[in-house]
Design a protein around this ligand. Structure first.
Ligand code: HEC
Length: 276
């Protein structure tokens, strides 16, 4: 098998090593900026500014989740906490209310939480929360373990976070195409340069060849996952796992090259001319 390692980066002149080191520094900085941009950009996908799995899912697959206050009623225990069928109907009608067609700023879920002018015998969501949920979910409630800390329910401020369905569309195929076009062409190109230069080091074959293969495999998985996740969010693991593998291999390859260029000549020199 052909070995490229007859030429060693560590034997190159000072100027070339300096140039190559700056090249690596710029690649590292560019890669880091890309990650930062991505985290910032993707993290804004939902209302919560923190970067989360939901953000990833929303970006590459789309999210369509019913309001937690509605889905919790699929749990028979929770449905049983409501006192009557009438309360259940009121609850469901309240949370399924859609904004009026043709615009209008009135939010029917907000307006329906604690409406005035309701007939005496008609249940009101705010009262249901107080009477049926409060014993476990009110702040400082005695029942329900620590659920009152994890999911406190009482006023509108506490309920509003759980009262809305979450529907987020993934990035459009057109945008993903443009993004893929730039990234699929540029990232493998600089990866090939970095992993190719790694071949010109004195590190064991398993390190040089292993990082080369694993790095590009990770990258391929990352790229494939971005498209496959449209079919099923499980493929997001390819994006996350592949991206992390690629980033890890790239970082290690750069470290290995820096050591080769700046530490190994020194060690070789020390071996060749022992101090008199
Ligand atoms: C007897 C205690 C009790 C009562 C009453 C109760 N809950 Fe809960 N609730 C729990 C417990 C325990 C959990 C956590 C375990 C679970 O999900 O079943 C929970 C979980 C939840 C969750 C979070 C579900 C999730 O998937 O994270 C919501 C939302 C919720 N309750 C809403 C309500 C509403 C609305 C009412 C009143 C109609 C209510 N609960 C009444 C005990 C209670």
């Amino acid at each position: 098998m052909i070995e490229l390692s007859h030429l060693r980066l560590g034997q190159l002149g000072f100027g070339v090593r300096l140039g190559l080191s700056l090249f690596l520094a710029m690649i590292a900085a560019g890669y880091f900026m890309g990650l930062r941009y991505l985290a910032h950009h993707v993290a804004q996908k939902d209302d919560d500014p923190e970067f989360s799995w939901i953000d990833l899912e929303a970006t590459y697959h789309g999210v369509d989740k019913p309001a937690p206050l509605l889905s919790v009623m699929e749990d028979s225990a929770h449905r049983g906490y409501l006192a009557s069928e009438k309360e259940y109907e009121t609850w469901v009608r309240w949370l399924r209310a859609e904004p009026p067609k043709g615009g209008g700023t009135k939010d029917p879920i907000y307006a329906g939480f604690d409406p005035e002018d309701v007939p005496e015998d008609q249940p009101i969501p705010a009262e249901i929360v107080q009477d049926r949920c409060g014993r476990c979910h009110a702040v400082g409630a005695k029942e329900g373990g620590d659920i009152s800390k994890r999911v406190p329910l009482g006023d509108w401020a506490s309920l509003s976070k759980l009262a809305y369905a979450k529907k987020l569309d993934p990035i459009s195929p057109e945008i993903l195409t443009v993004s893929s076009h730039t990234h699929f062409l540029s990232i493998p190109t600089f990866a090939l340069l970095v992993f190719g230069l790694l071949l010109l080091t004195g590190w064991p074959r398993i390190v040089r060849h292993g990082l080369f293969a694993l790095g590009l495999l990770g990258l391929a998985c990352d790229f494939a996952g971005m498209w496959l996740a449209r079919l099923d969010p499980v493929y997001l693991w390819l994006v996350v796992g592949g991206g992390a593998t690629f980033g890890g291999c790239l970082g290690l390859a750069m470290l290995a090259m820096v050591l080769e260029m700046w530490v190994s000549p020194y060690l070789r020199g020390a071996r060749q001319d022992p101090p008199a």
